[in-house]
Design a protein around this ligand. Structure first.
Ligand code: XLS
Ligand code: NI
Ligand code: NI
Length: 435
């Protein structure tokens, strides 16, 4: 390739935290040791092969604004050009991972057989690029929401042939992920839900989705894929209601279908907000159940009510997210995927680099603040103290007794507890020292 969209842009380097307009990382030094681990290995950054490389800048009121050498994305020719350019960007950013949907890699040719052949071809090519640039695959996934065939769902589709098409598609994407040594495989069910209950049998759809996911797990073991299978919660958009509503709903679903030891969660900041939660809440729910797999890092516009997929820029929020991740032991197979896109007025190649390098910096800063809080132990101590009463034999044995015996004890001992302060403001002030 002779000409690249990113020509003339130098690799982003750590420049230190001096206030200046020079470009470079202020907080992200991949080799800095944080809690005994290199920052790069703590954060495990991934670039999404969709937004930056697929989205053309259209919105419900206007057409494309972003002009890229790989547009329109309807030929294999342009798929090669896209791959060349994407890996040029990866070598500028130096992030260790990327993630893809099948349709980000190859054009849709309208039938399964041709799609399979082109996926095979392009993943051969991408495999070579990964080797030469040194980029690994955090996860692969199937896009089963854009094409009109998916409009009534994939595994939850009322038409069994659509279920079959979905099964074949996921098989091919799991094969491709395995071939490229992917460390996880993600399922996000944007059309696994409904537009109206008037035409929907919830019971059938959930059973089919449960069986489908079991088939995915069975197939993973059959081919010896060692990565994690992850589902990504989101409450709505594009469907009016999606079954994988939030972390708690997904965990209940996984238990119901016997998948709690096989499948973990890929949590996204913007989806947490859409579900009426904070990102921190979603992560805490998942880590409490040992089900955190990976994160899609972005941010939502708090006023818009839809998934705006902006790059993160709120250090305190990011810090609390990493606080729960590191407290639970940090990522194993998962990482920090930037499921985020530019605004449609940000036209330049440099905008793409600045968006990603800035987001990496925000995350590094948040993670370091989280690590400092963990090392200081202030929050942990406050929680230990708050629950200290439950360390006594009397309290522990109460859980094995019954209401009658407890009532007798309350009467004999004349138990009449005094409420204690939750000290929320003190703790908020404490956190403020780190962020
Ligand atoms: C959409 C989702 C999607 C998944 C992968 O809102 O975030 O991008 O991460 O299919
Ligand atoms: Ni996502
Ligand atoms: Ni999303």
């Amino acid at each position: 390739m002779t000409h690249s969209f990113f020509d003339g842009i130098a690799p982003v380097k750590f420049v230190g935290n001096e206030i200046s307009d020079a470009s470079g990382f202020r907080h992200y030094d991949p080799n800095e040791l944080v809690m005994g681990k290199r920052l790069e290995d703590q954060l495990r950054f991934a670039v999404a092969y969709w937004h930056s490389f697929a989205w053309e800048g259209g919105d419900p009121f206007g057409g494309p604004t972003l002009e890229r050498p790989w547009h329109p994305q309807d030929s294999m020719e342009n798929a090669w050009i896209k791959a060349d350019n994407a890996f040029d960007m990866f070598s500028i950013l130096g992030q260790p991972y990327f993630c893809w949907h099948d349709v980000d890699l190859r054009p849709d040719q309208g039938n399964f057989k041709d799609n399979l052949a082109t996926l095979d071809k392009i993943t051969d090519y991408v495999g070579e690029k990964m080797e030469s640039v040194g980029t690994k695959l955090l996860w692969g996934t199937a896009n089963m929401f854009s094409h009109r065939r998916w409009m009534s769902g994939a595994s939850t589709n009322p038409d069994p042939d659509m279920f079959a098409f979905a099964a074949a598609t996921v098989k091919s994407c799991l094969d491709a992920t395995h071939k490229l040594n992917g460390e996880n495989y993600v399922l996000w069910g944007g059309r696994e839900g409904y537009e109206t209950l008037l035409n929907t049998d919830l019971g059938i759809e959930l059973d089919h989705m449960g069986r489908f996911l079991n088939m995915v797990v069975e197939y993973k073991h059959k081919i010896g894929f060692k990565g994690s299978i992850l589902v990504e919660p989101k409450p709505q958009e594009p469907s009016k209601h999606q079954y994988d509503y939030d972390a708690a709903t997904c965990i209940g679903f996984l238990r119901k279908y016997g998948l709690e030891n096989e499948v973990k969660l890929n949590l996204e900041q913007g989806h947490a907000i859409l579900a009426g939660h904070s990102f921190e809440h979603e992560i805490a729910v998942a880590t409490a159940e040992n089900m955190l797999g990976s994160i899609d890092m972005n941010r939502n516009d708090y006023q818009s009510g839809w998934d705006t997929d902006q790059f993160p820029n709120n250090v305190p929020e990011v810090a609390m997210a990493y606080y729960h991740i590191i407290k639970a032991g940090g990522f194993t197979t998962g990482g920090t995927n930037f499921d985020a896109k530019l605004r449609r007025q940000s036209l330049d190649a440099q905008d793409l680099i600045d968006a990603h390098s800035g987001a990496m910096d925000i995350c590094a800063r948040g993670l370091k603040a989280a690590a400092a809080m963990i090392q200081d132990g202030g929050l942990e101590n406050a929680i230990t103290k708050r629950y200290a009463g439950w360390q006594t034999v009397e309290a522990i044995s109460m859980l094995d007794s019954d209401l009658g015996a407890i009532c007798d004890r309350v009467l004999t001992k004349d138990i009449n507890p005094t409420p204690l302060s939750g000290r929320q403001e003190v703790l908020e002030n404490y956190v403020n020292q780190f962020v």
